[in-house]
Ligand binder design. Structure first.
Ligand code: NAG
Ligand code: NAG
Length: 324
């Protein structure tokens, strides 16, 4: 009996080494996690410190836990030295662009979305700072892609004159580093599931799945267990800057479970085999957390009746198959 269980344990851990990953992928320091899969075979994980953006890379999801990392953005400029948040790498036709949030050190009033231009290699090429994407308060910027006639748009969390953090959209110019046309608000925290402890919409994350274009959003106050993911879905034909072209989920599509609280501020990546993964942060603090104790987790997203199914945040003990 003992020998049998030893053999079982050994073969399970071998299996695990060969083809599975477990969560968390980063702990602590896993806030606003972003992973992308590059054509060069690597997964790239971005993370932030107070004053910098750091990149790690590995050939497997499991490998990201121990991957080498380096700083790719850091500045002493007083308008973007500090409070560095929510970095994203976007491949724009022929090179990488790094979109991130930064501001000053005194308060959060000057948080802006910024952009740096990279090269063909996310790892080897330098990122040259270009400028701010917006001159208004703007955080968590991401690129939302549409076919003609709409083209690429920039989505971010904003106030835009409103009382509460909302989701703004604006057309991305052909240079990929500036915005054109009017700012438009496509989501505000109006439903009760978006207003727990404080009304918030932030962290927009594009998701293209089942032939539809979605935008996940993070709703409610991050320092609460109710911080969760909601989903906006484009109607497939309307101008994306019009709120009438979008419908919002009737509640959270992904929320606290299994001892993981405040599951939100996510991003998506597509593995080489086409499987889409949700990268999100959570905390074991039942009151929620907005601090460095948040850890990063990765789970597959499936389709149910044509719509994304995020499942529930799984216990750390659950192993997931490493994508092919
Ligand atoms: C901007 O991105 C598009 C792809 O979306 C790319 O084709 C184009 O070359 C980029 N423009 C510049 C100036 O890099
Ligand atoms: C999508 O929304 C636009 C308004 O933004 C509307 O004109 C159009 O009819 C809608 N299309 C569908 C398929 O619902």
């Amino acid at each position: 009996m003992k020998l049998l269980s030893l053999i079982l344990t050994l073969s399970l851990s071998l299996l695990h080494l060969a083809s599975a990953y477990t969560n968390p992928i980063r702990n602590p320091g896993g806030a606003d996690p972003f992973i992308t899969k590059s054509g060069d075979g690597y997964y790239y994980l971005l993370s932030t410190e107070w004053d910098s953006v750091r990149i790690s890379r590995a050939l497997t999801i499991e490998g990201l836990k121990t991957a080498p990392s380096k700083v790719i953005y850091q500045s002493t400029a007083t308008n973007r030295c500090c409070n560095v948040w929510a970095p994203e790498l976007q491949w724009m036709g022929d090179r990488w662009y790094l979109y991130f949030t930064a501001g000053g050190d005194a308060n959060l009033d000057n948080q802006r979305a910024h952009v740096a231009r990279g090269g063909v290699s996310a790892w080897d090429d330098p990122y040259t700072y270009v400028g701010a994407m917006s001159n208004q308060w703007s955080i968590d910027g991401s690129v939302l892609r549409f076919n003609a006639p709409w083209g690429n748009h920039f989505v971010y969390s904003c106030f835009n004159g409103l009382q509460y953090q909302s989701i703004c959209i604006q057309k991305l110019a052909n240079d990929n580093v500036s915005l054109v046309g009017a700012v438009s608000v496509i989501s505000q925290p109006t439903a009760s599931w978006e207003r727990q402890q404080h009304p918030v919409n932030e962290g927009p994350a594009p998701l293209y799945m089942g032939g539809k274009t979605h935008l996940a959003i993070s709703a409610s106050y991050c320092w609460s267990p109710a911080y969760c993911l909601g989903l906006l879905t484009w109607n497939g034909s309307g101008n994306p800057v019009q709120v009438s072209s979008w419908t919002k989920s009737g509640g959270c599509v992904f929320k606290s479970a299994n001892g993981h609280y405040g599951t939100g501020h996510n991003s998506f990546f597509t593995a080489a085999d086409g499987q889409i993964y949700n990268t999100f942060h959570a905390t074991s603090n039942a009151a929620g957390a907005c601090d460095d104790n948040r850890y990063a987790m990765v789970q597959p997203v499936t389709l149910s009746n044509g719509n994304p199914n995020f499942g529930v945040p799984a216990p750390f003990s659950q192993a997931f198959t490493e994508p092919a």
